[in-house]
Design a protein around this ligand. Structure first.
Ligand SMILES: NC(=O)c1ccc[n+]([C@@H]2O[C@H](COP(=O)([O-])OP(=O)(O)OC[C@H]3O[C@@H](n4cnc5c(N)ncnc54)[C@H](OP(=O)(O)O)[C@@H]3O)[C@@H](O)[C@H]2O)c1
Length: 263
């Protein structure tokens, strides 16, 4: 059951591209917090009918979802990013923050040469859409995002890293993360965002702010792909239809992989 951690005083207008596990969870949280939300997907608004009824978010077309909003969330697999035309973002309002929740999994996204050669995943996304992006929400499983939120000040409250080059946009994203029941942590520039990618000790390990602050400095860039694949072996053994049930086990499994960097 999604709780209300914070009813916002400053309502934001938010457009969400991709209403799947992560996008759908964010749509539920943003609407609960009092924000005004539009959403879109790849297969048409019919599929979003139930989510629209549940949350009050409106299901719209892709051009509509980016129009007249303060925040755009892109929450689709990386393989679909090149299908978003550059022109899509041509008329967005100045100061609109674009959040990228994505992670690179070659088995799903195909081989992306730039990323294989070390380009941070969100830098690649930013280059593709030719817009600055803020990397956030990529390091928490949808099940945990839906269930682990806690009130501000709770010592067990989990923290989420935020990377990007605009302080104004990062502040905005930090407000949204707080609304959802998590502590935001400024992880630095978009070039630094590899620290929160799959294979990092802060990837799906559900850490509190003091734990995250410490562990993120221990991320090892050269080990990311190998450790991402170690995490993936666990995912491949589980039923994707029950993803929202086994997230705790995945976080537990990752904590074992990253044990030396979590202490
Ligand atoms: N699942 C997690 O726990 C989790 C956690 C952190 C980060 N992430 C990352 O967040 C991203 C989204 O993951 P997810 O698990 O939420 O994916 P998902 O459940 O498969 O949902 C993907 C959503 O994107 C939509 N979509 C796909 N292509 C699109 C396009 N070209 N235009 C508009 N909408 C499009 C899909 O619409 P249709 O249904 O109509 O096809 C669907 O609503 C991925 O990069 C993933 O790695 C996921």
């Amino acid at each position: 059951m999604l709780k209300n951690y914070h009813k916002t005083n400053s309502t934001m207008k938010i457009g969400v591209i991709g209403a799947g596990q992560i996008g759908g969870t964010l749509i539920r949280q943003y609407t609960k917090a009092g924000h005004s939300v539009k959403m879109t997907n790849s297969t048409g608004t019919e599929k979003l009918k139930n989510l629209a009824m549940e949350t009050g978010a409106s299901a719209v077309t892709l051009p509509d979802v980016v129009t007249d909003v303060d925040v755009i969330v892109i929450s689709i697999p990386l393989i679909a990013i090149p299908t978003l035309s550059k022109e899509l973002f041509n008329n967005i309002s100045a100061g609109t923050a674009i959040i990228d929740t994505g992670n690179y999994y070659p088995i799903r996204d195909g081989r992306i040469e730039d990323i294989e050669n070390g380009m941070p995943e969100s830098v690649w996304v930013s280059n593709q859409i030719q817009q600055p992006v803020i990397k956030a929400y990529n390091n928490i499983l949808a099940g945990s995002l839906a269930c682990s939120g806690r009130a501000k000040g709770d010592p067990a409250r989990l923290a989420l890293p935020v990377s990007g080059d605009s302080k104004q946009s990062k502040d905005l994203v930090a407000t949204l993360i707080n609304d959802s029941g998590f502590d935001p942590f400024d992880c630095g520039s978009l070039q630094d965002s590899w620290r929160q990618q799959p294979g990092s000790p802060v990837y799906c390990t559900d850490l509190t702010l003091p734990q995250l602050e410490k562990s993120i400095t221990k991320a090892k860039r050269e080990l990311l792909p190998e450790r991402r694949e170690l995490g993936l072996t666990f995912i491949m053994k589980h039923d994707p239809a029950k993803w929202m049930d086994w997230w705790k086990d995945f976080a537990e499994h990752n904590r074992v992989i990253y044990e030396s960097e979590l202490t």
